[in-house]
Ligand binder design. Structure first.
Ligand code: SF4
Length: 277
């Protein structure tokens, strides 16, 4: 299994930029790589990266070709006023309540603006990095600062926590981006060790984990995320989520459907996949 995982990792690394272009990580990466010709302070640029990572991760469900254009419009609007951190400050002072409706599935502008209020409040207090001493602590702190009544009917779902049983896939992915120093992630936060991260488990990762014996559990909940992470920790104790990008992109970029298909022919996990055993 370890060899197959490493092979998948190497394969994903070989065409990393093409995969990142199809991944929500591309949005915060833009801000992380952006030079500061105007002399913007590093702390302000870090705030932009943090906020871009929150929005990109929270919208990362469903098809990337559907949520990607909504994020493009949102970040264009943010850039037009000076960037994500400035945009969120405007949410807190009621300046962002009208404009592009920014609808994606059951979320819309009112949710994005309410999240902006929470993020601006947190940035003005201890900051995101200080709040995320653990996944549970960070999400709970953001929820405590969020104007819940101002968001739409599904707004509160953004703040589901591990203690409530949620797999917290999008927040786990957010932390992976922020904490892991290895490619393709950003590694801009140092308050957490990569060894403490939990696998972001979505339908792709759950299916592949079931097919390769990483879990026998049926649902993508917190217990499943912990079980898969513990198994991967056996192969990479210091960095168990290093395999996440490769596993997720078997579905996102390489066409794994969980059925025998032409995608399997080039799949690095073929020798350990139940479809083929
Ligand atoms: S062998 Fe096929 S079904 Fe199994 S993980 Fe790879 S692409 Fe998916």
């Amino acid at each position: 299994m370890h060899q197959a995982l490493e092979a998948a990792f190497v394969r994903a690394s070989a065409d990393l930029s093409a995969r990142v272009d199809r991944d929500p990580l591309r949005f915060p990466k833009r801000y992380a790589m952006r030079a500061a010709p105007d002399g913007t302070a590093a702390a302000e640029r870090l705030a932009d990266v943090e906020i871009a990572a929150v929005y990109a991760s929270q919208l990362a469900f469903g098809r990337v070709d559907l949520f990607g254009p909504v994020l493009e419009r949102l970040f264009a609007e943010m850039d037009a006023v000076g960037g994500p951190a400035v945009w969120c400050k405007g949410c807190a002072s009621g300046q962002r309540d009208s404009g592009d409706p920014l609808v994606y599935r059951w979320f819309s502008r009112r949710d994005f603006v309410a999240l902006g209020v929470a993020l601006a409040r947190l940035q003005a207090a201890e900051g995101l990095a200080a709040a995320f001493t653990t996944l549970e602590a960070g999400i709970s702190r953001l929820r405590a600062l969020a104007p819940l009544a101002a968001g739409g009917p599904h707004f509160a779902t953004w703040f589901a926590t591990p203690s409530g049983g949620s797999a917290c896939k999008r927040w786990c992915m957010f932390l992976r981006w922020m904490v892991r120093p290895g490619a393709p992630d950003l590694g801009v936060w140092t308050q957490l060790a990569p060894a403490t991260l939990t696998m972001p488990v979505d339908t792709h990762v759950l299916r592949i984990a079931q097919l390769t014996g990483l879990t026998a559990r049926k649902t993508a909940d917190w217990k499943t995320a912990v079980e898969i992470t513990d198994r991967l920790r056996g192969y990479a104790p210091e960095d168990p989520t290093r395999f996440d990008f490769a596993l997720a992109h078997l579905g996102i970029s390489s066409g794994c459907t969980g059925q025998k298909s032409t995608s399997c022919e080039a799949c690095s996990l073929r020798l350990v996949c139940k479809i083929w055993l």
